[in-house]
Design a protein. Structure first.
Length: 335
Protein backbone atom coordinates (compact mmCIF):
# COMPACT_ATOMS: atom_id res chain seq x y z
CA UNK A 1 0.00 0.00 0.00
CA UNK A 2 2.75 2.47 0.90
CA UNK A 3 4.20 2.12 -2.62
CA UNK A 4 0.95 3.37 -4.16
CA UNK A 5 0.20 6.32 -1.89
CA UNK A 6 1.93 9.65 -1.94
CA UNK A 7 3.50 9.86 1.52
CA UNK A 8 2.42 13.44 2.11
CA UNK A 9 -1.14 13.11 0.82
CA UNK A 10 -1.75 9.89 2.71
CA UNK A 11 -1.05 11.12 6.23
CA UNK A 12 -3.41 9.45 8.68
CA UNK A 13 -5.24 12.19 10.53
CA UNK A 14 -2.92 13.31 13.27
CA UNK A 15 -5.62 13.97 15.82
CA UNK A 16 -6.08 10.24 16.36
CA UNK A 17 -2.55 9.81 17.77
CA UNK A 18 -2.58 9.88 21.55
CA UNK A 19 0.81 8.34 22.23
CA UNK A 20 4.34 8.59 20.82
CA UNK A 21 5.75 5.08 21.12
CA UNK A 22 7.99 4.67 18.05
CA UNK A 23 8.28 6.04 14.50
CA UNK A 24 7.35 2.80 12.73
CA UNK A 25 3.85 4.07 11.94
CA UNK A 26 4.76 7.69 11.11
CA UNK A 27 4.12 8.92 7.59
CA UNK A 28 6.33 11.62 6.17
CA UNK A 29 3.63 14.26 6.37
CA UNK A 30 3.08 13.71 10.08
CA UNK A 31 6.81 13.92 10.76
CA UNK A 32 7.01 17.14 8.74
CA UNK A 33 4.12 18.55 10.73
CA UNK A 34 6.06 17.86 13.95
CA UNK A 35 9.27 19.38 12.55
CA UNK A 36 7.36 22.50 11.43
CA UNK A 37 5.84 22.85 14.90
CA UNK A 38 9.36 22.49 16.33
CA UNK A 39 10.42 25.49 14.22
CA UNK A 40 7.71 27.53 15.95
CA UNK A 41 8.85 26.30 19.37
CA UNK A 42 12.47 27.16 18.54
CA UNK A 43 11.32 30.73 17.93
CA UNK A 44 9.77 30.77 21.42
CA UNK A 45 13.07 29.51 22.87
CA UNK A 46 14.87 32.43 21.23
CA UNK A 47 12.76 35.07 22.98
CA UNK A 48 14.01 37.14 25.93
CA UNK A 49 11.24 35.72 28.11
CA UNK A 50 11.02 32.01 27.33
CA UNK A 51 7.58 31.36 28.73
CA UNK A 52 4.19 30.99 27.05
CA UNK A 53 0.91 29.94 28.70
CA UNK A 54 0.00 27.25 26.14
CA UNK A 55 -0.02 24.28 28.52
CA UNK A 56 -1.26 26.09 31.62
CA UNK A 57 -3.35 23.66 33.66
CA UNK A 58 -1.73 20.59 32.07
CA UNK A 59 0.34 18.14 34.08
CA UNK A 60 3.36 16.34 32.65
CA UNK A 61 4.90 13.52 34.68
CA UNK A 62 8.31 12.10 33.79
CA UNK A 63 8.70 8.52 35.04
CA UNK A 64 12.28 7.41 34.56
CA UNK A 65 13.41 3.94 35.61
CA UNK A 66 16.84 4.49 34.02
CA UNK A 67 19.35 7.34 34.32
CA UNK A 68 19.05 10.23 31.88
CA UNK A 69 20.37 13.75 31.57
CA UNK A 70 19.31 15.05 28.15
CA UNK A 71 15.88 13.47 27.75
CA UNK A 72 14.57 14.04 31.25
CA UNK A 73 15.85 17.60 31.55
CA UNK A 74 14.59 18.57 28.10
CA UNK A 75 11.08 17.25 28.79
CA UNK A 76 11.05 19.16 32.07
CA UNK A 77 12.28 22.34 30.43
CA UNK A 78 9.86 21.92 27.51
CA UNK A 79 6.91 21.55 29.89
CA UNK A 80 7.97 24.53 31.99
CA UNK A 81 8.46 26.86 28.99
CA UNK A 82 4.89 25.96 27.98
CA UNK A 83 3.68 26.65 31.58
CA UNK A 84 2.70 23.05 32.34
CA UNK A 85 3.11 21.61 35.82
CA UNK A 86 5.99 19.13 35.59
CA UNK A 87 6.58 16.38 38.13
CA UNK A 88 9.64 14.15 37.94
CA UNK A 89 9.63 10.64 39.38
CA UNK A 90 12.58 8.25 39.44
CA UNK A 91 12.70 4.58 40.35
CA UNK A 92 13.89 5.19 43.91
CA UNK A 93 11.26 7.89 44.53
CA UNK A 94 8.27 5.87 43.39
CA UNK A 95 6.32 2.98 44.86
CA UNK A 96 7.94 0.76 42.22
CA UNK A 97 10.72 0.48 44.80
CA UNK A 98 8.11 -1.14 47.09
CA UNK A 99 7.04 -3.59 44.41
CA UNK A 100 4.18 -1.72 42.72
CA UNK A 101 3.72 -2.78 39.10
CA UNK A 102 4.44 -0.38 36.26
CA UNK A 103 0.81 -0.47 35.15
CA UNK A 104 -0.49 0.34 38.64
CA UNK A 105 2.01 3.18 38.94
CA UNK A 106 0.84 4.58 35.59
CA UNK A 107 -2.85 4.23 36.53
CA UNK A 108 -2.11 6.05 39.79
CA UNK A 109 -0.39 8.90 37.95
CA UNK A 110 -3.34 9.17 35.55
CA UNK A 111 -5.78 9.25 38.47
CA UNK A 112 -3.65 11.96 40.07
CA UNK A 113 -4.21 14.14 37.00
CA UNK A 114 -1.37 13.43 34.57
CA UNK A 115 -2.13 14.55 31.03
CA UNK A 116 1.13 13.13 29.66
CA UNK A 117 3.38 10.44 31.16
CA UNK A 118 6.90 10.40 29.74
CA UNK A 119 8.42 7.02 30.49
CA UNK A 120 11.91 5.57 30.23
CA UNK A 121 12.27 1.91 31.11
CA UNK A 122 14.96 -0.75 30.71
CA UNK A 123 12.42 -3.24 29.29
CA UNK A 124 11.43 -3.05 25.63
CA UNK A 125 7.67 -2.61 25.31
CA UNK A 126 7.07 -1.04 28.75
CA UNK A 127 5.55 2.20 27.32
CA UNK A 128 3.23 0.13 25.09
CA UNK A 129 2.02 -1.82 28.11
CA UNK A 130 0.96 1.28 30.00
CA UNK A 131 -0.41 3.05 26.90
CA UNK A 132 -2.87 0.16 26.47
CA UNK A 133 -4.14 0.57 30.04
CA UNK A 134 -4.58 4.34 30.21
CA UNK A 135 -7.93 5.84 29.26
CA UNK A 136 -7.04 9.53 29.15
CA UNK A 137 -3.35 10.23 29.61
CA UNK A 138 -0.89 10.22 26.73
CA UNK A 139 2.32 8.20 26.88
CA UNK A 140 5.61 9.28 25.37
CA UNK A 141 8.34 6.68 25.06
CA UNK A 142 11.58 8.25 26.31
CA UNK A 143 13.54 5.05 25.58
CA UNK A 144 12.58 1.41 26.20
CA UNK A 145 15.41 -1.10 26.42
CA UNK A 146 17.12 -1.57 23.07
CA UNK A 147 13.85 -1.05 21.25
CA UNK A 148 12.99 2.58 20.52
CA UNK A 149 13.73 6.21 21.34
CA UNK A 150 11.36 8.10 19.05
CA UNK A 151 11.84 11.61 20.47
CA UNK A 152 15.61 11.31 20.02
CA UNK A 153 15.11 10.27 16.40
CA UNK A 154 12.71 13.17 15.79
CA UNK A 155 15.18 15.69 17.21
CA UNK A 156 17.87 14.14 15.03
CA UNK A 157 15.64 14.55 11.96
CA UNK A 158 14.99 18.14 12.97
CA UNK A 159 18.72 18.84 13.39
CA UNK A 160 19.47 17.40 9.95
CA UNK A 161 16.63 19.30 8.28
CA UNK A 162 17.72 22.54 9.97
CA UNK A 163 21.23 22.15 8.55
CA UNK A 164 20.39 21.03 5.00
CA UNK A 165 16.83 22.23 4.50
CA UNK A 166 15.89 18.65 3.56
CA UNK A 167 16.44 15.02 4.53
CA UNK A 168 15.49 13.39 1.22
CA UNK A 169 18.51 12.01 -0.63
CA UNK A 170 21.10 12.65 2.09
CA UNK A 171 23.63 9.92 2.86
CA UNK A 172 23.39 9.32 6.60
CA UNK A 173 25.89 6.98 8.28
CA UNK A 174 24.93 5.50 11.65
CA UNK A 175 28.03 3.94 13.20
CA UNK A 176 28.63 1.96 16.37
CA UNK A 177 26.66 -0.53 18.40
CA UNK A 178 23.63 -0.83 16.13
CA UNK A 179 22.57 -4.10 17.78
CA UNK A 180 21.78 -2.58 21.18
CA UNK A 181 20.81 0.93 20.07
CA UNK A 182 17.23 2.16 20.46
CA UNK A 183 18.39 5.44 18.90
CA UNK A 184 19.51 3.61 15.75
CA UNK A 185 16.27 1.63 15.48
CA UNK A 186 13.99 4.68 15.71
CA UNK A 187 16.26 6.65 13.39
CA UNK A 188 16.08 3.89 10.79
CA UNK A 189 12.31 4.23 10.67
CA UNK A 190 12.39 8.02 10.66
CA UNK A 191 15.24 8.56 8.21
CA UNK A 192 14.04 6.04 5.63
CA UNK A 193 10.48 7.39 5.75
CA UNK A 194 11.95 10.85 5.04
CA UNK A 195 13.90 9.55 2.04
CA UNK A 196 17.47 9.46 3.41
CA UNK A 197 20.00 6.91 2.14
CA UNK A 198 21.05 5.23 5.37
CA UNK A 199 24.26 3.30 5.90
CA UNK A 200 24.67 1.34 9.13
CA UNK A 201 28.27 0.62 10.08
CA UNK A 202 29.98 -1.36 12.82
CA UNK A 203 31.66 -4.65 13.59
CA UNK A 204 29.57 -7.60 12.32
CA UNK A 205 28.88 -8.69 15.93
CA UNK A 206 27.20 -5.33 16.66
CA UNK A 207 24.93 -5.34 13.59
CA UNK A 208 21.66 -7.29 13.91
CA UNK A 209 21.71 -10.35 11.69
CA UNK A 210 18.42 -9.42 10.01
CA UNK A 211 19.96 -6.17 8.77
CA UNK A 212 22.48 -8.09 6.69
CA UNK A 213 19.71 -9.94 4.83
CA UNK A 214 18.32 -8.16 1.74
CA UNK A 215 14.71 -6.98 2.14
CA UNK A 216 12.14 -6.16 -0.49
CA UNK A 217 9.34 -3.61 -0.38
CA UNK A 218 9.30 0.08 0.29
CA UNK A 219 10.67 1.89 3.31
CA UNK A 220 8.73 3.84 5.91
CA UNK A 221 5.20 3.25 7.15
CA UNK A 222 3.95 -0.22 6.30
CA UNK A 223 7.26 -1.05 4.59
CA UNK A 224 10.49 -2.48 6.02
CA UNK A 225 13.08 0.25 6.67
CA UNK A 226 15.95 -2.10 5.85
CA UNK A 227 14.86 -2.23 2.21
CA UNK A 228 16.68 1.06 1.66
CA UNK A 229 19.55 0.64 4.13
CA UNK A 230 23.10 -0.41 3.31
CA UNK A 231 25.26 -2.35 5.76
CA UNK A 232 29.00 -1.58 5.85
CA UNK A 233 31.64 -2.98 8.21
CA UNK A 234 34.40 -0.56 7.11
CA UNK A 235 33.97 2.94 8.54
CA UNK A 236 36.27 4.34 5.84
CA UNK A 237 33.99 2.99 3.09
CA UNK A 238 30.86 4.12 4.92
CA UNK A 239 32.17 7.66 5.31
CA UNK A 240 32.76 8.15 1.60
CA UNK A 241 30.29 10.81 0.40
CA UNK A 242 28.51 11.05 3.78
CA UNK A 243 26.38 14.12 4.48
CA UNK A 244 25.75 13.13 8.09
CA UNK A 245 27.50 10.76 10.49
CA UNK A 246 25.69 9.73 13.62
CA UNK A 247 28.02 8.10 16.16
CA UNK A 248 26.59 5.79 18.83
CA UNK A 249 27.97 5.14 22.29
CA UNK A 250 29.97 1.98 22.75
CA UNK A 251 29.06 0.45 26.06
CA UNK A 252 31.77 -1.28 28.05
CA UNK A 253 29.44 -4.26 28.56
CA UNK A 254 29.90 -5.15 24.85
CA UNK A 255 33.58 -5.75 25.45
CA UNK A 256 32.86 -7.64 28.67
CA UNK A 257 30.30 -9.86 26.90
CA UNK A 258 32.80 -10.78 24.19
CA UNK A 259 31.13 -8.96 21.28
CA UNK A 260 34.28 -6.95 20.57
CA UNK A 261 37.87 -8.01 21.31
CA UNK A 262 38.82 -4.86 23.25
CA UNK A 263 37.92 -1.19 23.50
CA UNK A 264 41.34 -0.37 22.04
CA UNK A 265 40.70 -2.56 18.99
CA UNK A 266 37.24 -1.03 18.57
CA UNK A 267 38.65 2.50 18.70
CA UNK A 268 41.37 1.62 16.21
CA UNK A 269 38.80 0.46 13.65
CA UNK A 270 35.69 2.49 14.41
CA UNK A 271 36.59 5.71 16.21
CA UNK A 272 35.42 8.74 14.26
CA UNK A 273 38.58 10.84 14.12
CA UNK A 274 39.65 13.72 11.88
CA UNK A 275 41.22 11.42 9.31
CA UNK A 276 38.04 9.41 8.82
CA UNK A 277 35.87 12.52 8.93
CA UNK A 278 37.88 13.95 6.01
CA UNK A 279 36.58 11.08 3.83
CA UNK A 280 33.04 12.46 4.03
CA UNK A 281 31.66 15.49 2.21
CA UNK A 282 33.28 18.79 3.35
CA UNK A 283 30.13 20.04 5.11
CA UNK A 284 29.36 16.72 6.86
CA UNK A 285 27.41 16.97 10.12
CA UNK A 286 28.71 15.08 13.15
CA UNK A 287 25.98 13.90 15.50
CA UNK A 288 25.90 11.87 18.72
CA UNK A 289 22.83 11.28 20.91
CA UNK A 290 25.01 11.24 24.05
CA UNK A 291 26.29 10.41 26.49
CA UNK A 292 29.64 10.22 24.63
CA UNK A 293 32.71 8.17 25.42
CA UNK A 294 35.28 10.59 24.03
CA UNK A 295 38.39 8.75 22.92
CA UNK A 296 36.44 5.50 22.31
CA UNK A 297 33.81 5.93 19.57
CA UNK A 298 34.64 9.57 18.80
CA UNK A 299 37.78 11.68 19.21
CA UNK A 300 37.59 14.85 21.28
CA UNK A 301 38.69 16.91 18.29
CA UNK A 302 35.75 15.67 16.21
CA UNK A 303 33.22 15.78 19.07
CA UNK A 304 34.00 19.47 19.65
CA UNK A 305 35.05 20.38 16.10
CA UNK A 306 33.38 22.73 13.65
CA UNK A 307 31.33 19.96 12.00
CA UNK A 308 29.81 18.86 15.32
CA UNK A 309 26.15 19.68 16.01
CA UNK A 310 26.02 17.61 19.19
CA UNK A 311 25.11 20.58 21.39
CA UNK A 312 22.56 21.76 18.80
CA UNK A 313 20.90 18.35 19.12
CA UNK A 314 20.39 19.00 22.85
CA UNK A 315 18.89 22.47 22.25
CA UNK A 316 16.69 21.14 19.45
CA UNK A 317 15.56 18.37 21.81
CA UNK A 318 13.86 20.94 24.04
CA UNK A 319 12.01 22.55 21.10
CA UNK A 320 11.03 19.16 19.65
CA UNK A 321 9.64 17.98 22.98
CA UNK A 322 7.71 21.25 23.34
CA UNK A 323 6.16 20.51 19.95
CA UNK A 324 5.18 16.98 20.97
CA UNK A 325 3.69 18.05 24.30
CA UNK A 326 1.70 20.74 22.49
CA UNK A 327 0.50 18.42 19.73
CA UNK A 328 -0.58 15.64 22.10
CA UNK A 329 -2.52 17.94 24.40
CA UNK A 330 -3.66 21.37 23.22
CA UNK A 331 -3.53 20.78 19.48
CA UNK A 332 -5.47 17.50 19.65
CA UNK A 333 -8.13 19.09 21.85
CA UNK A 334 -8.73 21.88 19.34
CA UNK A 335 -9.74 19.58 16.48
N1 LIG B 1 20.19 10.70 24.21
C1 LIG B 1 19.74 10.31 25.42
O1 LIG B 1 18.76 9.58 25.53
O2 LIG B 1 20.48 10.80 26.46
P1 LIG B 1 20.08 10.66 28.01
O3 LIG B 1 20.28 9.20 28.38
O4 LIG B 1 21.01 11.59 28.75
O5 LIG B 1 18.64 11.04 28.14
Amino acid sequence: MSQLLDPIESVPSYERRRHILDLDDFYRGETEQILNTTDAMKEVMGRDIRKIPTLRGKTIITLFYEPSTRTRVSFEEAGKILSADVINIGLSGSSAAKGESLVNTALTLQAAGADVIVVRHPDAGAPYLIARQLEHASVINAGDGSHAHPTQALLDLYTIRSAFGRIQGLRVVITGDILHSRVARSNLWGLTAMGAQVVVCGPPTLIPMEMSIPHSGSAGPLGHPMSSVTVETSLEKAMYGADVVMVLRLQEERFLSGLIPSLREYSRLYQLDEERLAMAKPNVLVMHPGPMNEGIEISSAVAHGVQSVIQNQVTNGVALRMALLYMLTVSNQDR
